[in-house]
Design a protein around this ligand. Structure first.
Ligand SMILES: Cc1cc2nc3c(=O)[nH]c(=O)nc-3n(C[C@H](O)[C@H](O)[C@H](O)COP(=O)(O)OP(=O)(O)OC[C@H]3O[C@@H](n4cnc5c(N)ncnc54)[C@H](O)[C@@H]3O)c2cc1C
Length: 484
């Protein structure tokens, strides 16, 4: 027997938790939020940022992605599988995008998404979550001093996004993450009675009847929604679920034996992501003892004079390991790294079905450097990074540059190195973009009662780590769904 509600939200990650809370505050209709993964509440590995490394493989969907056109899928492409989504999986860097990003969205056709209009959503977020910086480790301080030696200014990135060096603002209260599940849903037992959170409940297919989204078939039975179905399964699985339900590129759907309800040629295409590559130095001594997370310091550069905002953003790592060990960056001794990424990388990848079920891991192609300007910018950023390693401040910390090391000197050397070690910052977006798949009111074009509220709808990549922008989208999505 089907369960009935007014609003069904699919995916309890960064965006889904925000939408659920805001709908519950403003309507008395019955809301069900379904999340395929487990609950994060009471799980220190999920909500204590210092215990991130305790998360095991069952916190993740286990996707892999192909970094370069035609390459095999060799990058681990982490996507969280738990309530709170990737915001319980991430390093909590939390920066409001510069105004030029949202003004660009408006220019691309996202009417009503300009920076002035979006300011209210940032305001709502800051009234709900805490944003702090971690205490600065002496090695992070060396990196900041290196930037100052090369002429940059120290910047408070919690207040402004401009070229400079400083600490990451974190969506954290001490060690406790301020993910949207922690800040908007916990304690779950105290949520309003008309909001139900169902964990370990996976949507397998949308129910579309007479051109209208009527609900979803889930691993715990059919759920029917009288008013709206809201997709918040993230930039990879929102397109996957839609395609499995007959919405998507017609030829691809037919290849998997899926009856086409609506041909949506853009769905799953135009995937944008922040691409990075590191310089790694071995240090004189072991670096340890950071208090909250090993990525405390950042730096922004504006290499192109006419760029609207910084075009390079760094993560300075007190260790080389990211979410996963990377054999390409092995070192003999203790090491640190500085990893610049291209903030508005133009290369576009795709998400495609690999089979006809939600459990068939999608094919993710990143196509990094498909747009050659991304490679050029990253090469210039890495040359600057090497200079950082030659400053007095970094020489006091580091013994030698080990990746790429002295054999890399010419532009061609740098470009080959970057292609061999490029890494993701885990920021996929734009796979169901406003103007291509959804209207500026976030309605899926051509299907009634179906909204998308997650990073898929970005009109273009934003300059900074994307989670703050995802939550701003979700805050606005609640307004769109309620029609205000
Ligand atoms: C390792 C890592 C580090 C990162 N670091 C940062 C950082 O420091 N700062 C920053 O700003 N951003 C960071 N990000 C990115 C940021 O966390 C994400 O962009 C953001 O969380 C995306 O939000 P979302 O709501 O679109 O998707 P998600 O948060 O991924 O939520 C999607 C949810 O939907 C669920 N789901 C999927 N399919 C189904 C289904 N069929 N049925 C039910 N549920 C389903 C998933 O389990 C998941 O919980 C990082 C990401 C990763 C992976």
């Amino acid at each position: 027997m089907a369960t009935h509600c007014d609003y069904l939200i699919i995916g309890g990650g960064s965006s889904g938790a925000v939408v659920a809370r805001r709908l519950a505050e403003r309507t008395s209709g019955r809301i069900i939020l379904v999340e395929a993964g487990k609950s994060d509440e009471g799980d220190p590995a999920a909500v204590d940022l210092t215990r991130l490394d305790e998360q095991t493989a069952d916190y993740d969907w286990g996707f892999r992605a192909a970094p370069l056109a035609g390459s095999p899928p060799v990058l681990n492409y982490a996507r969280a599988k738990l309530l709170g989504g990737c915001a319980n999986h991430n390093d909590c860097a939390f920066i409001r995008p510069p105004d030029s990003d949202f003004d660009e969205w408006e220019r691309l056709g996202a009417t009503g998404w300009n920076a002035a209009a979006m300011a209210q959503y940032w305001q709502r977020i800051t009234e709900t979550i805490a944003i702090e910086t971690a205490p600065c480790h002496p090695a992070s301080r060396r990196f900041i001093e290196a930037g100052l030696e090369l002429g940059l200014e120290e910047v408070d990135f919690g207040r402004e996004v401009r070229p400079g060096v400083g600490l990451f603002p974190l969506n954290a209260k001490g060690r406790l993450r301020q993910s949207s599940s922690v800040a908007y849903l916990h304690p779950i037992a105290a949520l309003p009675k008309h909001l139900e959170v169902r964990t370990r409940c996976m949507a397998n297919r949308l129910i579309i009847e007479n051109g209208r989204a009527a609900g979803a078939e889930t691993s715990r039975g059919e759920i029917r929604a009288a008013r709206a179905v809201v997709l918040a399964a993230g930039s990879i699985q929102t397109p996957q679920l839609m395609m499995l339900s007959g919405l998507g590129p017609a030829a691809q759907l037919k290849d998997h034996g899926i009856a086409v309800i609506r041909d949506m040629p853009h769905l799953g295409r135009h995937l944008r992501d922040h691409v990075a590559a590191p310089v790694v130095w071995e240090t004189h001594e072991q670096v340890s003892g950071w208090e909250i997370c090993p990525f405390e310091a950042t730096m922004m550069l504006q290499l192109e004079r006419r760029a609207p905002a910084p075009d390079i953003l760094f993560h300075f790592g007190l260790r080389v390991r990211e979410k996963y060990d990377d054999a390409r960056l092995a070192t003999k001794g203790p090491a640190v790294k500085a990893s610049p990424n291209v903030t508005r990388a133009k290369s576009e990848g795709s998400v495609r079905l690999s089979g006809p079920a939600m459990t068939d891991k999608p094919e993710i192609a990143l196509n990094y450097f498909d747009d050659p300007s991304d490679l050029g910018l990253l090469a210039e950023a890495l040359k600057f990074t090497r200079r950082l390693g030659q400053t007095k401040a970094m020489q006091a910390l580091c013994r030698a540059e080990v990746h790429p090391g002295p054999s890399v000197q010419t532009d061609d050397d740098w470009r080959a190195y970057i292609r061999s070690v490029c890494e993701t910052v885990y920021h996929p977006c734009c796979t169901a973009a406003i103007g291509r798949v959804v209207t500026p009111e976030l309605k899926v074009m051509g299907v009634d009662g179906l909204f998308i509220a997650d990073a898929s709808v970005f009109a273009s990549l934003v300059t900074v780590n994307i989670n703050a922008a995802v939550m701003m989208v979700a805050e606005k999505a609640a307004d769109c769904i309620l029609g205000s």
